[in-house]
Design a protein around this ligand. Structure first.
Ligand SMILES: [Fe+2]
Length: 187
């Protein structure tokens, strides 16, 4: 049975005892090993959103719902993260810095995540995320810090040049994705 308090307590125990991301991955893997229980607790995804389940200076847990075919531009976190999928699919492209000042990026790898997958991301990772299927995808994202703290970067999806992360732009992207979803559902 999924229990948010238990998930927080388990993550907190790892941070207290070890601080190793690998153990957080095990916690997240255990959580999404019963996707039906997560869906029962969090509800069936209805719209794209970044839902905050837990927020502290050293730990953030989000319920991330991706709209069908939605792509979030390349961005970094500047803290480790673990992504666990409980419904749908999430494709990650991983990027690396290139060029003299390292402000541009090039694709460096990819990982297709499916239900029950729990993927650890290093603290220096740059990724973009796509939901490649025609229904909502739901994932538990655990971050080893304050996800909403300023100072992160995103990369322009056309030029691939670094710029400060703009939370308002991300919010607009989710709103646009929901508007497209509504249009699609109305046919
Ligand atoms: Fe991310």
């Amino acid at each position: 049975m999924f229990n948010l308090d238990q998930l927080v307590a388990d993550c907190r125990a790892v941070l207290r005892e070890d601080r190793s991301q690998g153990f957080i991955r095990e916690v997240v893997a255990r959580t999404v090993s019963e996707p039906g229980a997560v869906l029962a607790a969090l509800g069936d995804p209805k719209s794209a959103e970044l839902q905050t389940l837990y927020h502290a200076p050293d730990l953030t847990i989000l319920n991330v719902i991706w709209a069908p075919w939605m792509t979030l531009l390349p961005h970094n976190h500047q803290m480790w993260a673990v992504i666990g999928i409980y419904t749908g699919r999430e494709d990650n492209i991983f990027w690396r810095r290139v060029g003299p000042r390292g402000q541009k990026i090039e694709a460096a790898g990819a990982r297709a995540l499916s239900v029950k997958d729990a993927e650890p991301l290093g603290s220096d990772i740059i990724h973009s995320v796509t939901n490649p299927i025609p229904r909502l995808t739901g994932a538990i994202h655990v971050y080893g810090g304050d996800f909403f703290a300023p100072g992160r970067s995103e990369w322009d999806p056309e030029t691939l040049i670094e710029q400060p992360c703009d939370p308002a732009k991300i919010a607009r992207q989710f709103a646009d994705a929901n508007a497209a979803l509504t249009r699609h559902q109305r046919g």
